[in-house]
Design a binder for this molecule. Structure first.
Ligand code: MV4
Length: 457
C-alpha cells in the first residue's frame, strides 16, 4: 500500500507545521487551509499549497466542513489531517470525508462518537473488564437515581456530563444535602454548553494524578502503547506541564497501565493514534477516565523518549500500511518535559494577544520547540493562546529540569505577555522537584497534596 501523494491540513499554528514536517519527511505534498487572519503564517508559507477558506471566526473557517472538503477536492488531496481541536473529534466531519472519498487521518467516526460520549465510553470499558471508578452503569435518568447511587458509593461523588469537556457540567458533591441542587445546575450547564444534559456519576477521587497512555493501532487492530505521560499539572482543566515517563513509573507499572490501555483500545475497536486517560489514586489504583481520539498537544514528550514519530505513524496507518512498531522493540530513553507557553499574563492567565516584537527560541542539547511564532507575527485573538511548546529531553528527570530551566531563561518573547515566568516558578518548587504533586497542585492550598510516595523507585 503506497502512501498518500498529498495531504490537506485542516488546522493552523504549531500542529499544522508539525503535520507539514511529517509529510515532507515522508515525501508527501501538503495543502493547507487558512482563515483571513492566518494568511501570513509559517504553516501557510511552508505548505506546498494554501487555500483561504473564510474569515477569522472558526465557525466560518476551520470548522466549516463544506469549505474544507471543497479545499481537499480542489487541491486533489487524498487525505485530511485534522490536528487537534477544531474538527479533530467531529464524527460528522469523518463521515463527510468518507462521502467525498477522502481519507480522514484518525480513528473511525464510531470511535470518536463513543469517546465523545463519556458515559458510553465508561460503559464500554466497564463491560470489557477495564477498571472504572465506582459509579453509574448508564446515564442517570433523574436526581433520585443519582442519590441512590451516591449513597451506595458514598460521598464525595462527582457528577459529570456525558458530553463533557473542559470541566463544563462537572460538579464535585461533598454531602448528600447538596446533591439534588448540584445535579440540576450541572445538567443545565451541560445543556447550555453541549445541547445535551445527559449526566453520569462517579465516586470522587480526592487526590488523583492524571496519567495517560499513548496508543497506536493499525487498520487491522494491531495495537501498541508508547508508555505513559503525567499530565497532573493543570489549571482549569488546561494542561500546563506534561512529563514522560511518570516520575514513579517503572517497567512493571508501565507494563500494567500499558496493557490496560491496549485492552481499552481494543474494547472500542480503536484505530490510529489515541490516548487513554487514567485516574491514578494514592494507592496506585488505575481507573479509566476518558479516551482522546486525536493526536494530542503533548505527543512530543512521548516522541522524545521513544524515538517514534507519532504523526508519521498516523499517516502511514491511515494510508493502509500495517503496523511496523513492535511492542518489544519500543524502548524508553531518559525523561522529557513540555511547558505550554501561552500568550497570557503569567499571574492571571488573561490572554495577551498582540504582535511579537522579538522571538528568539532557545536551542542546544535536549531542546525542541514546536511553534509557529516568529518576530513580527501577530497573535490573533480568535484562537487559543498557545504560542510555543517548549519540549526538553534529558538523560533523567533532573537533567530534563535543568535543561528546561536554562531554556526558559534563554527564551526571548517580547511585545506580549507570556507564561514563561510562571513556569520558572514551578520549576523551582520543591514539591514539583520531588514529584509531590497531583491535579490540585496549582490550587491555593497545597497543604492537601499527597506525600512523596516511596513505594517505587
Ligand atoms: C475525576 C476526578 C476525581 N474523581 N473523576 C474529569 C475531566 C477532567 N478534566 C477532570 N476530571 C476529573 N475527574 C473522579 N471520579 C477529578 C477530576 C479532576 C478535577 C475535578 C474537579 C476540579 C479540578 C479537577 C482537576 C483535575 C481532574
Amino acid at each position: 500500500m503506497s502512501l498518500f501523494k498529498k495531504v490537506l491540513i485542516a488546522n493552523r499554528g504549531e500542529i499544522a507545521l508539525r503535520v507539514i514536517h511529517a509529510c515532507r519527511e515522508l515525501g508527501i505534498k501538503t495543502a493547507i487551509v487558512y482563515s483571513d487572519v492566518d494568511k501570513n503564517t509559517l504553516a501557510v508559507r511552508h505548505a506546498d499549497e494554501a487555500i483561504c477558506i473564510g474569515p477569522a471566526k472558526s465557525s466560518q473557517s476551520y470548522l466549516n466542513i463544506p469549505a474544507i472538503i471543497t479545499a481537499a477536492e480542489i487541491t486533489d488531496a487524498e487525505a485530511i489531517h485534522p490536528g487537534y481541536g477544531f474538527l479533530a473529534e467531529n464524527p460528522q466531519f469523518v463521515e463527510a470525508c468518507a462521502a467525498s472519498n477522502i481519507t480522514f487521518i484518525g480513528p473511525p467516526a464510531e470511535c470518536i462518537r463513543n469517546g465523545g460520549d463519556k458515559s458510553m465510553a465508561r460503559h464500554i470499558m466497564e463491560t470489557n473488564g477495564i477498571p472504572v471508578v465506582p459509579g453509574s452503569e448508564a446515564p442517570l435518568t433523574n436526581d433520585k437515581e443519582a442519590m441512590k447511587i451516591a449513597r451506595k458509593i458514598k460521598f464525595p461523588v462527582i457528577l459529570k456530563a456525558s458530553a463533557g469537556g473542559g470541566g463544563k457540567g462537572m460538579r464535585i458533591v461533598e454531602k448528600e444535602q447538596d446533591l439534588v441542587k448540584l445535579y440540576h445546575t450541572a445538567q443545565k450547564e451541560a445543556m447550555a454548553a453541549f445541547g445535551n444534559g445527559e449526566m453520569y456519576i462517579e465516586k470522587y477521587i480526592t487526590d488523583m494524578r492524571h496519567i495517560e497512555v499513548q496508543i497506536i493501532s493499525d487498520n487491522d487492530g494491531n495495537t501498541v502503547h508508547l508508555g505513559e505521560r503525567d499530565c497532573s499539572i493543570q489549571r482549569r482543566h488546561q494542561k500546563l506541564i506534561e512529563e514522560a515517563p511518570f516520575i514513579f513509573s517503572d517497567q512493571k507499572f508501565r507494563n500494567k497501565i500499558g496493557a490496560i490501555a491496549i485492552k481499552a483500545a481494543k474494547a472500542m475497536n480503536y484505530r490510529n493514534a489515541g490516548t487513554i486517560e487514567f485516574i491514578l489514586d494514592n494507592e496506585d489504583n488505575i481507573y479509566f477516565m476518558e479516551i482522546n481520539t486525536r493526536v494530542q498537544v503533548e505527543h512530543p514528550i512521548t516522541e522524545m523518549i521513544t524515538g517514534v514519530d507519532i504523526v508519521k505513524e498516523q499517516i502511514k496507518i491511515a494510508s493502509g500500511q500495517p503496523m511496523t512498531l513492535k511492542q518489544k522493540e519500543i524502548k524508553f530513553f531518559g525523561h522529557s518535559i513540555e511547558c505550554r507557553i501561552n500568550a497570557e499574563d503569567p499571574e492571571t492567565f488573561i490572554p495577551s494577544p498582540g504582535t511579537i516584537s522579538l522571538f528568539i527560541p532557545p536551542g542546544g542539547r535536549g531542546i525542541r520547540v514546536d511553534s509557529a511564532a516568529f518576530t513580527g507575527w501577530r497573535v490573533p485573538v480568535f484562537y487559543d493562546s498557545l504560542i510555543a511548546k517548549l519540549i526538553v529531553h534529558g538523560s533523567d528527570r533532573n537533567d530534563a529540569i535543568n535543561i528546561m530551566k536554562r531554556a526558559l531563561h534563554e527564551f526571548v518573547i517580547e511585545g506580549i505577555k507570556t507564561t514563561i515566568p510562571f513556569y520558572l516558578k514551578i520549576l523551582n518548587d520543591p514539591d514539583f522537584l520531588s514529584g509531590n504533586f497531583n491535579t490540585h497542585f496549582l490550587e491555593k492550598s497545597k497543604s492537601t497534596n499527597n506525600r512523596v510516595r516511596t513505594d517505587k523507585k
